[in-house]
Design a protein around this ligand. Structure first.
Ligand SMILES: *Cc1c(COP(=O)(O)O)cnc(C)c1O
Length: 377
């Protein structure tokens, strides 16, 4: 049976791996991607090293140090890092269990509670919309709260480039700024990269990153899918685990959450070329979210059972309300205020969308046995 993996660039076909290794970038590629993004998202596009750097640039452009910003209470450490790098204070708000996003009501409660805090009051000035795993938020309700409280909306498209809100608008065309990630397994995936589109006049001047990526980052981006494929092939022989640990140790493979925030460096030319190719290939349809989720009981037992069936689904989003767990403590996450986020992080598992239904049949049959039905929690 074909081994099924979540992560390690399993979404890359053989052809994609070769393109990533050998694609020739030209000087014009970055300019072409910028003008494509400027047109698509109707703003001024700036290319960046990765998603977190893009998000940090967006935040710096519209907020001042000390401002507070509303963040989905179920997210990647990259988002926290960007918020802190911009000098802002994250206000995590709880999610609902259906689409893993905050709701307008929860945001409203958070804002009302803040109003009563006297001199402890936070200066909440914005909202980062994440559209978790490609599930979109109730945009009209959130926009009307944002208007009422004069909050600026920033859209983080790491999970959802190409998706549409219920009212038909495309994600990334609503807020004052749009941050894209082209990182591993994001909706546009060139292993590393990002862009920010400033859609309204920035309040602060920001400098566009100009420097080329470091050679080590450049090579890692080229090689990651190939090394990932090698490790996946060896996994059955128990060598894969050892190889992965070795490659991580020498930094040839980088865990996604360890990409560095870097406001000075930009995309490699070939990454810009690949990103543009992916946007164009997908322009005629919505870009498919890369993962689906289920809530399950006895997750460790399930993952073990999946592994023995050749399905390695261990690297799911997210194992903690702010993931990965090795950075969770740093975020001082308000667990008491976000019970749903805590619950979901303990029960979620992801199913990759880059395999066919037929390939996933065996995995789905196993996962079904553990799935929590509605009203059963
Ligand atoms: C991955 C991710 C980012 C940015 O990631 P980079 O690794 O810096 O490209 C931003 N937001 C969310 C929600 C993410 O999952």
């Amino acid at each position: 049976m074909k081994r099924l993996f979540l992560g390690l660039a399993a979404n890359y076909s053989r052809e994609d791996r070769l393109t990533q290794l050998f694609a020739r970038g030209r000087e014009e590629d970055r300019a072409d991607l910028r003008s494509f993004l400027s047109r698509k998202y109707r703003g001024e596009a700036i290319l960046a090293r990765n998603g977190r750097s893009s998000l940090a640039l967006a935040l710096k452009a519209y907020f001042s140090p000390g401002d507070a910003i509303i963040v989905n209470g179920f997210t990647c450490y990259a988002v926290y890092e960007a918020v802190v790098a911009a000098g802002l204070r994250p206000v995590f708000v709880d999610i609902n269990k259906v689409d893993l996003n905050f709701t307008a009501d929860i945001i409203k409660q958070t804002l009302e509670r803040n109003e009563t805090r006297g001199n402890q009051k936070l200066n909440i000035r914005g909202i980062i919309i994440q559209n978790t795993l490609g599930n979109t938020v109730d945009i009209n309700a959130i926009e009307s709260i944002a208007n009422k409280y004069k909050l600026l909306v920033i859209e983080d498209l790491a999970h959802c480039a190409g998706a549409k809100y219920d009212d038909g608008r495309e994600v990334g065309t609503v807020g004052v700024a749009t941050a894209l990630s082209f990182g591993k397994e994001k909706s546009i995936d060139t292993i590393a990269g990002g862009a920010v589109i400033l859609r309204s006049k920035p309040h602060n001047q920001i400098e566009a990153p100009k420097k080329a990526p470091k050679l080590s980052d450049y090579l890692r981006s080229r090689l990651y899918p190939t090394f990932g494929a090698m490790a996946r092939r060896l996994m059955g022989l128990h060598l894969g685990g050892a190889l992965i640990r070795f490659l991580v140790k020498i930094h040839w493979i980088e865990k996604s959450a360890d990409s560095r925030l870097d406001l000075k460096r930009t995309l490699a030319k070939f990454e810009a070329r690949r990103a543009l190719m992916q946007f164009k290939e997908n322009s005629h349809r919505n870009i498919k979210p890369i993962r689906e989720f289920r809530l399950v009981n006895s997750r460790d037992k399930l993952l073990k059972e999946l592994r023995s069936a050749g399905c390695y689904f261990d690297g799911f989003w997210y194992e903690k309300p702010v993931s990965p767990s090795r950075y969770y403590q740093k975020t001082h996450f308000p667990e008491k205020e976000c019970p749903n986020a805590v619950y979901v992080s303990q029960h979620i598992i992801n199913i990759p969308q880059y395999y066919s239904k037929k390939e996933l049949q065996k995995a789905n049959a196993i996962i079904d046995k553990y799935t929590i039905k509605e009203g059963e929690e």
